[in-house]
Design a protein. Structure first.
Length: 304
């Protein structure tokens, strides 16, 4: 699958999404040679409140210099950093929480939820990526889907420690800024845990099917992010979301609507905020900006 969302799985299980494979040299070269990139940035404001909206990439390769220029200036003007979630300091506690949410309560083994063809591909994918499928048998399918969305990217050299959230959080704490969140870890886990079993299986099988193209597709998304091209990023994401519209509604559209309401309400209090969420939430139809517009709140792209 193409969408690199949910960053907090990184400390618990490596990250929360991701994959591995070879991508075209052209896409790799973009990431390799870019010293300074200009990701997109938006602003929402009224008379006494300014809210910056910044789309992030949760894992990144070394050598990408994005935290400067307009993005850094906006961050430094802000009083508070707001993320999707504030990542717990103890990765073991996070892993425990995630495992508890993913535990299958009906006693059915994960591999038994798949048909013969799906099972074979799933077991092969787990083995190829160094994931012990036997250890996942007690969990619901979304857990394995998350693992297969992350492990391959780690093998390809993407690092969660270089992800935008980690960089921004470190900078905020170093400068004494408040760090807040739009959601809790439990809420994010709940989006997956609350999916009907058929949708969980679809999420897992779609992830497995997408592995051969993961390297190329993720590199392309990162290149669009680096170039400040949200429309191109959205076009590629939409292609993958069409395969799982129910997941898109739960994981993307509804959350964007919730965040837009939060932003509208936050405008009632003065201050300057820097909101950083996965880049996919700020791109395309149903984006946070679209949801804000529906609420009568305008957003504007910041020129850099």
């Amino acid at each position: 699958m193409k969408w690199p969302n949910f960053q907090w799985l990184a400390p618990a299980m490596m990250l929360l999404g991701g994959c591995v494979v070879e991508r075209p040299a052209s896409a790799r070269d973009v990431a390799a040679r870019t010293a300074y990139v200009t990701p997109a940035l938006w602003t929402v404001k009224d008379a006494d409140t300014t809210i910056y909206l910044f789309g992030t990439v949760h894992v990144m390769k070394p050598g990408v210099d994005w935290f400067k220029g307009g993005v850094k200036a906006a961050f430094e003007r802000s009083d508070e950093l707001v993320l999707e979630i504030v990542e717990p300091e103890d990765p073991n506690a996070l892993a425990s929480t995630m495992a508890g949410a993913a535990l299958a309560r009906d006693g059915v083994k994960l591999s038994d939820r798949l048909d013969d063809g799906e099972r074979g591909k799933y077991l092969a994918a787990m083995t190829a990526n160094g994931l012990p499928w036997q250890a996942f048998e007690m969990f619901n399918p979304w857990m394995a889907g998350m693992a297969l969305s992350v492990q391959p990217l780690e093998k390809l050299g993407y690092k969660s420690d270089l992800g935008a959230e980690k960089v921004l959080t470190a900078a905020a704490r170093a400068s004494g800024k408040k760090v807040g969140a739009l959601e809790t870890v439990e809420q994010q886990l709940g989006y997956f845990a609350g999916l009907p079993m058929a949708q969980q299986v679809k999420f897992l099988t779609a992830t497995v099917e997408g592995l051969p193209n993961m390297d190329r597709e993720f590199a392309s998304l990162v290149a669009h992010w680096q170039g400040g091209e949200p429309n191109k990023l959205a076009a590629e994401m939409n292609e993958s979301l069409e395969a799982t519209p129910e997941l898109a509604q739960v994981l993307l559209i509804q959350r964007n609507a919730n965040w837009a309401k939060w932003i509208r309400e936050r405008l009632d209090r003065p201050g300057t905020l820097f909101i950083a969420v996965g880049a996919g939430h700020l791109a395309g139809k149903g984006s946070v900006q679209d949801q804000l517009k529906a609420l009568g709140v305008s957003s504007e792209r910041v020129k850099q």
